[in-house]
Design a protein around this ligand. Sequence first.
Ligand SMILES: [Zn+2]
Length: 407
Amino acid sequence: MERFYLCENCIKPLRIKNKYKSDIVSLNKNVGKCIICGGSSIDISSHYNILQDIVDCIRFYYPVYRYFRKDFPFPYSAYFPHILNPYIFEEDNEILTKPLDSQSSKRLYDLLDDTTNIHDIEIFDIIRSDKYKILFEKLSYVAHMELPLKEADSVLMQMMQNDLRNHNYYEVEEKYTDAIASIISEFPQININRKIFYRARVGHHNESIAVDDLDTMIDFPYIEEEMMAPPPYIASSGRFNRQGCAFLYVANSKTTAIAELKPYVGCVCSIAKIRCRDKRSYLDFRASSLPQIDDKINIVTLNIIRSFASFFHKPAVQDNDYLTSQFLSDIFRKLQFGGIIYDSVQTKGYNVLSYYPSDFYCVKKSEKMVEVKSVVYKINDMQDGRNKYEHWYFNDEKIEEKYGSDT
Ligand SMILES: [Zn+2]
């Protein structure tokens, strides 16, 4: 193998730098001049771990079609590893501190091509010889190829959603439970036993009382059990629970607990402190807890964890979203977790979903009433549909008369 000298100072990702620090590297006898800075460097051509990490980082930061040769049409390019496109290293890139000249760039690519699986694109549960079918049949897969792994939904997620559209959940449950069980130890997990959270409900009590001779009405918050999850027999299905399953939702702050109710201004709510006595681990999908590319975690697993997290962070929009979140919920529960923790869409806080409401209790005398003083809205500009096309007109003549057309 031709030698290739590249020192750790000329590599950007910490993930790769850390590989240099391993003992194996320090034993390397072949020291030469780094191709970028000219400093003393090891020969990376015999260090599979370093080469594989360079490839993993390319996949993380660049969509597949960018690291295959441009003039060879996708998806064919995915099957011909010898035509890798070396141009990423010739530009400012996410891997090296400085671009390489085209000859060195080609040499580095040849080295990666010979020693790693840069072209062995992982597809969950699909054997390599079947890959071409998927490429043509499944648009979502093409979308995956067009995004870098750091932005793409995991293929596992896409296939799960597709399977749930076409099968009863219990027909595919074992397959996905096994797949997730094999990587679950890499997922961030925390213990929340003894922690205090908040739970809110719209409304309060209003009861008549007698004060000496005077009859009057007083307001007071919902009390104790009234602040907890409804019993299973009246629980309707929700984002994470099937009909007849009662899960408990609590938040880390009063504001988040209230915001999750999406109340109107002036609305009066009851709120209480809820203490956890569940000793199980909870899966932690908060952005601040997620593994990064610089962690040791396998890049495909990283992609799966991040796509689950972004799914939980989004409000559910399609019916299928409920199928998916209920399905994942079942799997996590079967794998012995107490529930999941995820960022609130409404505030900067977070929510806890517990599968075991009886392992939480309302802190005595903590119930209070609160009034919603204001609600904050965030808006984004959207495209005016009238500017999207040229030479168009409204199909309905009356609407055409009123709003005109583009022609
Ligand atoms: Zn260097």
